[in-house]
Design a protein around this ligand. Structure first.
Ligand SMILES: Nc1nc2c(ncn2[C@@H]2O[C@H](COP(=O)(O)OP(=O)(O)OP(=O)(O)O)[C@@H](O)[C@H]2O)c(=O)[nH]1
Ligand SMILES: [Mg+2]
Length: 220
């Protein structure tokens, strides 16, 4: 295990045996609910982790990569594709929530406002929401709209962990500066988890430590 993975592990609430982590993510994962309105959410049940981030950042791809599926969550050819909040049951122990992207400039202003409203209502008022996985595109870094979402999560006291996506698109030296930038940006936020996960869904890299982090939140 790398030093970084060890650091991530040491911060977990509960140490999960690597074999249990592997089994959880290799097992059943099924779509069970899609909500397109804020009053259309499923009743709170299992612990939840929600994947949030700008349009096209790679939320659906990361859910597919973590669960080893090709098309569990629909991946967009055009940004702004995921319009519903989609709920997936992972092995009867954890709910994975695929959120619509925010900050997509070409969506009409009104539609964007409606999405934000729905996502914010979900993030603020969900008792079973244990952690938000906040995705940041390694090529773009933290954008103003990401700071706005982090501010909201801070205020709502919803803890979140930053995750860099698409690290395969950067050269190794660029990855280091992308990391440093995101670490500096999230350090100012009180609800941010002090570990940054760097991932590529395309190359399936950086997934194991994120899986271990999420498995620690699952119901026994
Ligand atoms: N190079 C590379 N491309 C990726 C990676 N992950 C996702 N993509 C691409 O990025 C685009 C958007 O991916 P999605 O997973 O649909 O992103 P999303 O955040 O769910 O998008 P919305 O639902 O529209 O908000 C697709 O063309 C993916 O193939 C990655 O790790 N590396
Ligand atoms: Mg999506």
């Amino acid at each position: 295990m790398s030093e970084e993975d060890e650091h991530a592990q040491s911060l977990n609430e509960r140490k999960v045996d690597p074999e249990e982590v592997r089994k959880l993510f290799a097992g059943e994962c099924t779509f069970f609910w899609g909500a397109s309105r804020k009053d259309g959410l499923p009743p709170p049940g299992l612990p939840e982790t929600a994947f949030a981030g700008r349009s096209n950042v790679g939320k659906s791809s990361l859910i597919n990569a973590l669960t080893g599926r090709k098309a569990l969550a629909r991946v967009s050819q055009t940004p702004g594709r995921t319009r519903e909040i989609n709920f997936f049951n992972l092995g009867g122990r954890l709910t994975l929530v695929d959120l619509p992207g925010y900050g997509y400039a070409k969506a009409s202003k009104e539609l964007a406002a409606e999405w934000q409203d729905m996502i914010f209502a979900y993030l603020r008022g969900r008792p079973t929401l244990k952690r938000v996985v906040l995705l940041i595109d390694a090529r773009r870094g933290v954008m103003p709209v990401d700071h706005a979402v982090m501010d909201l999560l801070d205020r709502a006291a919803v803890s979140y962990c930053p995750v860099l996506t698409k690290t395969d698109t950067l050269a190794p030296y660029e990855r280091d500066s992308a990391r440093a930038e995101v670490e500096a940006a999230t350090r100012k936020h009180v609800a941010a988890y002090p570990v940054l996960f760097a991932t590529s869904s395309l190359k399936a890299s950086g997934l194991d430590s994120l899986k271990a982090h999420l498995a620690a939140l699952a119901a026994p």
